[in-house]
Ligand binder design. Structure first.
Ligand code: SF4
Length: 302
């Protein structure tokens, strides 16, 4: 998985904005399908599984480029009445290497500057700094939150688990540059890998680096392993950390999320390091927490 030639297929799309349910954002935007960063744990591999597509090389070596994406988006934005939150990069990295050539993300941002919607972005791509000018324009009229995904600052772990993504150090530098431009940019430590990057020392190292690079926020997400993702993540463990494989298999047998008790322990660790480095929960994380609680509240209301 990862490394080796990547093939690009130019396709046209009928829609750009995808309606999303049960998330803190109302729409998602994904100008590419697949991602050449090739993270072994990438949840978007499961989207390919659900479409009957290959979840290995079919996901990370064969990228679909939706060449008319920004034009379609521009038209759709003009027809919107509600200014709801849109998320860029939920099923692909909008700043994977081919964005340098195709500029679909940049052109989508230009469309958003013309018809602004509040925006949240998630990326591991350092190319994000190229678009600082557009994020600054958009930030003047709507909320913009840029999450740079860094689950660990251990370069060996990052190189194995995220073989073709820029190294954590370069991602941190991107955070620093965006902050220097006055943007709301921070670190999303995601996903946290059980028994590998979930210790308090590991979370502390990421939070300390986030603070040192002036990140606006530090948040975490536990690992989720959908059926289409498991074989790829388990193959990575078998190759690099074989003693951890049985633990992971046991933890995720018959389930996609770790047990609640594990997640609570992880979140308590994250809260301690957040406090230590002076990070406070931002509006997006509060919204996300509220969303997560919503079904329970609904049940109580009934
Ligand atoms: S960068 Fe994001 S979208 Fe790309 S492979 Fe990694 S987790 Fe998936």
């Amino acid at each position: 998985m990862g490394s080796g030639d990547v093939r690009y297929r130019e396709v046209t799309t009928k829609s750009a904005l995808t309606r999303v349910q049960g998330m803190p954002f109302a729409w998602s935007l994904n100008p590419y399908r697949g991602c050449s960063h090739a993270c072994t744990y990438c949840y978007a591999r499961d989207y390919h599984a659900r479409m009957g597509r290959d979840t290995g090389a079919g996901f990370d070596r064969e990228i679909e480029v939706k060449i008319n994406f920004a034009d379609v988006l521009r038209t759709e934005l003009r027809g919107l009445r509600l200014r709801e939150l849109v998320a860029l990069g939920t099923g692909t990295d909008p700043y994977q290497p081919c964005e340098g050539r195709y500029r679909l993300t940049r052109r989508s941002l230009e469309a958003l500057v013309e018809s602004p919607l509040p925006l949240t972005v998630i990326t591991k791509g350092t190319l994000v700094v190229r678009d600082i000018d557009l994020y600054m324009k958009l930030s003047r009229v709507v909320d913009v939150r840029i999450c740079v995904s860094i689950g660990s600052v251990d370069t060996a772990i990052a190189r194995g688990a995220e073989p073709d993504a820029p190294p954590p150090r370069a991602r941190l530098e991107a955070v620093r540059r965006m902050r220097a431009a006055g943007l709301h940019a921070g670190v999303l430590a995601a996903p946290i890998l059980p028994d590998l990057t979930d210790s308090e020392a590991s979370l502390d190292a990421v939070a300390a680096a986030a603070r040192a690079h002036d990140a606006s926020f530090f948040a975490i997400r536990p690992l989720k392993l959908d059926p289409g993702v498991k074989p790829h993540y388990f193959a990575y463990l078998e190759d690099r950390f074989p003693t951890l494989l049985p633990l992971a298999e046991a933890r995720f047998t018959g389930r996609v999320n770790p047990e609640r008790q594990y997640v609570d322990t992880l979140e308590a660790r994250a809260s301690r390091v957040q406090r230590k480095y002076g990070f406070v929960e931002d509006r997006y994380e509060k919204l996300r927490d509220a969303q997560r609680e919503a079904p329970a509240q609904l049940r109580l209301a009934i």
